[in-house]
Ligand binder design. Structure first.
Ligand SMILES: Cc1ncc(COP(=O)(O)O)c(C=O)c1O
Length: 324
């Protein structure tokens, strides 16, 4: 048992993710970029068509069950990966799922939304990108369900709560085992960051293990100070459950790869998707992982990464988007 596994062993979780996910060197891309690039395949977490959110749900669903909830509310975009996994978790654990989605109701649901429909989630389309209006609607739905006697587990976008954050703290424990087994010292970790829960979990894992490398969250939509603060607050609050303090300087966020905003493709993102697909047979997406990888690629090209450094890219999933 490593230090993180020991630290977290009292926390209840459900084993819905199929773990550990593969960890290996991207040999062709390493050659092309003249750097040592490794990948953690969290696009293969094995439940509900995979992605980073299953690790969060390992902890969230255990918490919902422990609280005696019969209903879960989730918030996201029409094509939310998080809401897709929530729909499947709800079906598996016999909880009714209510999704507040921003985006017009399409004539025919596709991709993630198709899965939400298939599994009987109750869907409320809000035709606005204003997150305040979306939250207002979610709170109204919550109140009305509670009035009907339901016990509701309420999740913010991305499932990024204190409990959800534990998923990637545990994920960091898995990474420590990967580093050991492969006898590699990783210097920097890159991943796509948005609602902050993934990065906060990794930052917490770093704090527990006193790992010395850097974790760089490539923002896909959120401004720098906001994302930095979200990651810090989540890591700090989840850290309280484990008696761990977080150094704000361990929260590194880069917003240079957002382009025009959420789900708006950038040339770097398009290049990254094709580079990974053609050279490694690894499929990224254009909303999250493509932008995350674009950041990593540019760091290699502009010398922000030294040739002798070992870099890890966490593939957080989302590639269902390719079939929309
Ligand atoms: C595929 C994918 N990668 C990365 C992220 C970012 O993770 P987080 O929201 O925990 O920052 C998300 C979710 O928002 C996602 O769906």
């Amino acid at each position: 048992m490593n230090i993180i596994e020991k630290k977290m062993k009292h926390i209840s979780y459900k084993k819905i993710s199929i773990l550990p996910t593969p960890f290996y060197k991207l040999k062709s891309i390493s050659k092309i970029l003249n750097n040592n690039i490794y990948i953690k395949r969290d696009d293969l977490t094995g439940f509900a068509l995979s992605g980073n959110k299953t690790r969060k749900f390992d902890y969230l669903i255990a918490d919902a069950i422990n609280q005696g909830c019969d209903t879960i509310i989730g918030i996201g975009a029409n094509q939310s990966n998080f809401c897709r996994i929530l729909s499947v978790v709800g079906a598996k654990y016999d909880m009714s799922v209510h999704l507040i989605l921003n985006g017009k109701k399409p004539e025919k649901p596709t991709g993630n939304l198709l899965i939400d429909h298939m599994l009987g989630a109750n869907i409320y389309h809000i035709d606005t990108t204003d997150s305040k209006i979306r939250m207002q609607k979610a709170l109204e739905v919550k109140e009305s369900l509670e009035k009907k006697g339901h016990k509701v587990y309420f999740l913010p976008p991305g499932g990024s709560t204190m409990t959800g954050t534990l998923g990637y703290a545990a994920g960091f424990g898995e990474l420590l085992n990967d580093f050991d087994k492969n006898n590699v010292k990783i210097d920097k970790i890159f991943h796509a960051s948005s609602s902050a829960g993934t990065q906060a979990g990794l930052v917490l894992g770093k704090a527990i293990s006193k790992w010395e490398g850097k974790i760089i969250g490539i923002s896909v939509d959120v401004p720098e100070l906001e994302l930095k603060n979200d990651v810090y607050q989540l890591a700090k609050n989840a850290g309280k459950l484990l008696d761990i303090e977080i150094d704000i300087n361990s929260v590194l966020v880069d917003t240079d790869y957002i382009g025009e905003g959420y789900a708006k493709r950038t040339p770097g993102c398009e290049e990254a998707v094709m580079l990974f697909a053609k050279n490694e047979g690894v499929f990224l997406d254009y909303v999250y992982t493509g932008k995350g990888a674009a950041g990593l690629i540019n760091y290699c090209r502009i010398g922000k990464i030294q040739p002798e450094e070992n870099i890890l890219f966490i593939h957080t999933g989302g590639n269902i988007e390719l079939f929309e």
